[in-house]
Design a protein around this ligand. Structure first.
Ligand code: NAD
Length: 508
């Protein structure tokens, strides 16, 4: 079934449906106060649904970054630094409840900034954004450290024990695809473990980080614990923050190339980094899979959030006996995804985050053709109603027939597209899956449990799903191998980055 009407006539004249179109300006949040900063530099935040202006965003420079880092450092020496673990974690539980209380405000802000369907943001972005504040309080309350007794020549002995201290001021640099969720995924553990933060949200999605400042004040989180400075990367707030000598650690989610630039800055002063970077994730679909589940799962992993999920599938390898059936069914599923506005419940796919990102995605669509792809479906811009023509819409796209070393099979596109290729043996599938510079995630579709364990163990990645995708238990390790990241966050694994371990040796 081909989706013929991009959105219902009732809503096609109104790009945002029921979302209030009041102007929303962003502000820095520094030392508990909202400010436009010291310069008049800034930009207009555009809505990807129709290209209309949402509001102004101030661009922070060295002055704002200095002020935010100073406030964060002062907070460590003040009330925040003196709180007991229980007081601190109770406060973060209240922040989670505060997000829940203002659920609709966060939902609207996120949908305006990203254009994503409300059905998605309501189930993933906002609840997970709130949950990130609760989840890590358990870790902070229950974490144990090591203890060793040792012999000494005088026979009296000594005891060693580990003590975890907050690392200090953490710079949090976050992307635009899941703005609140990915930002709080770092702010939650950082604060639970006693650090203070300066957040530099993506320039594309400034609203929910700003809104979180209001919640922090409503709850009474001490000034300077949570700070936000808006801006760009190079020669702007992002770079000034990562260069700042009083930042003790940098946690970053974004492109691998940006990670390389940030790592160079982190070398000054030997600051630790935690990096969650790009991916070119494979799905392996074996002939013994449940085809319904594999098609449904791959539709989500390739096209959810308009393909803008770091864990998403851009390479699909299908065992030859079911290859034709799989391609036909994925095609039908992609064509049934109706592009539309966030609050239209028939919307199956929103726009990309910006026209600029669409240009990047379309350049890959063109390159796929130049490099010999067969377009199974999509490949261009959908025909949208007039009110939405200024948006960043793009068609879900499937290719076959590309060489394994072609651009669209090797480079992360971060759009709603995937390439499908047949394979004949398990060994070949494993080798194809691992043939990439990245190592973030993989999905395996098989009903053969022995095969599932065997193949999963050989995937060179941080996260492997079997017969599912995006199923996340926040207690588990999250991160990428190879060019997809450094370190693991989630559960107790974030302790490595967000705390500094001291060994206390007591001579008896
Ligand atoms: P990006 O790297 O362009 O930007 C991310 C953030 O870094 C933004 O806030 C940006 O302003 C900032 N930045 C850019 N240059 C900088 C510099 N030189 N110094 C300091 N800060 C700088 O990434 P994006 O386009 O916002 O997000 C998409 C990318 O993020 C994709 O590659 C995707 O795979 C990746 N991602 C990874 C994960 C993961 O968990 N591994 C999750 C989501 C997104």
């Amino acid at each position: 079934m081909i989706c013929e009407t991009p959105s219902s006539p009732a809503q096609s004249g109104e790009a945002l449906g029921r979302i209030a179109r009041a102007r929303r300006d962003a502000a820095h949040f520094i030392d508990g106060a909202f400010t436009q900063g010291s310069s008049s530099n800034g930009w207009t935040n555009l809505c990807p649904l129709d290209g209309s202006a949402i509001g102004r965003v101030p661009e922070g420079g060295k002055t704002e970054v200095d002020a935010a880092v100073a406030a964060a450092r002062a907070a460590l020496g003040g009330e925040w630094g003196r709180m007991s673990v229980l007081q601190r974690t109770d406060m973060l539980g209240a922040v989670a409840d505060g997000i829940d209380r203002r659920f609709d405000d966060f939902l609207e802000a996120e949908c305006l900034d990203t254009g994503k369907p409300i059905s998605l943001a309501r189930h993933i972005d906002i609840p997970r954004g709130a949950a990130n504040f609760k989840m890590f309080t358990d870790v902070a309350k229950t974490v144990a450290t090591e203890c060793f007794t040792m012999d000494t020549p005088d026979g009296a002995g000594a005891i060693n024990y580990g003590l975890r201290r907050p690392r200090g001021v953490i710079a949090v640099i976050s992307p635009w695809n899941l703005p609140l969720l990915l930002m709080t995924w770092k702010v939650g553990p950082a604060l639970a473990l006693g650090n203070s933060v300066v957040v530099k949200p993506s320039e594309e999605t400034p609203l929910t980080a700003t809104l979180l400042g209001e919640v922090m004040n409503e709850i009474g989180v001490p000034k300077g614990v949570y700070n936000v400075v808006h801006g760009f990367g190079p020669n702007s707030a992002g770079e000034f923050l990562t260069q700042h000598p009083l930042v003790d650690g940098i946690t970053f989610t974004g492109e691998t190339r940006t990670g390389e630039a940030i790592m160079r800055e982190a070398a000054l002063g030997i600051r630790p980094v935690s990096f969650e970077l790009g991916g070119k994730n494979p799905a392996l679909v074996f002939a013994d899979c449940d085809l319904d589940k594999a098609v449904e799962g791959t539709l989500r992993s390739a096209f959810a959030n308009c393909g803008q999920v770091c864990l998403g599938t851009e390479r699909v390898y299908v065992e030859r006996p079911i290859y034709d059936a799989f391609v036909a069914r994925l095609k039908a599923g992609a064509e049934a995804l109706c592009p539309g506005v966030p609050d239209d419940m028939t919307t199956g796919i929103g726009p990309l985050v910006s026209r600029e990102h669409r240009e990047k995605v379309l350049s890959y669509y063109r390159r796929a053709v130049e490099q010999g792809a067969t377009i199974v479906t999509g490949g261009g811009i959908p025909d949208m109603p007039d009110a939405l023509k200024g948006g960043a819409w793009v068609q879900p796209t499937i290719w076959t027939g590309l060489a394994e070393d072609s651009d669209c099979v090797t480079q992360e596109i971060f759009g709603p597209c995937c390439h499908i290729r047949p394979f004949d043996t398990e060994e070949e599938a494993i080798s194809l899956a691992n043939r990439t510079a990245y190592g973030l995630a993989a999905a395996i579709w098989t009903e053969n449990l022995a095969r599932a364990h065997r193949v999963a163990a050989r995937m060179e990645i941080g996260i492997c799903w079997v017969n599912s995708w995006f199923l996340r238990d926040l207690r588990t390790a999250f991160g990428g191998s190879k060019a997809s990241g450094i370190g693991r966050e989630g559960g107790v694994h974030g302790l490595e980055f967000y705390t500094e371990m001291s060994n206390i040796c007591i001579k008896l």
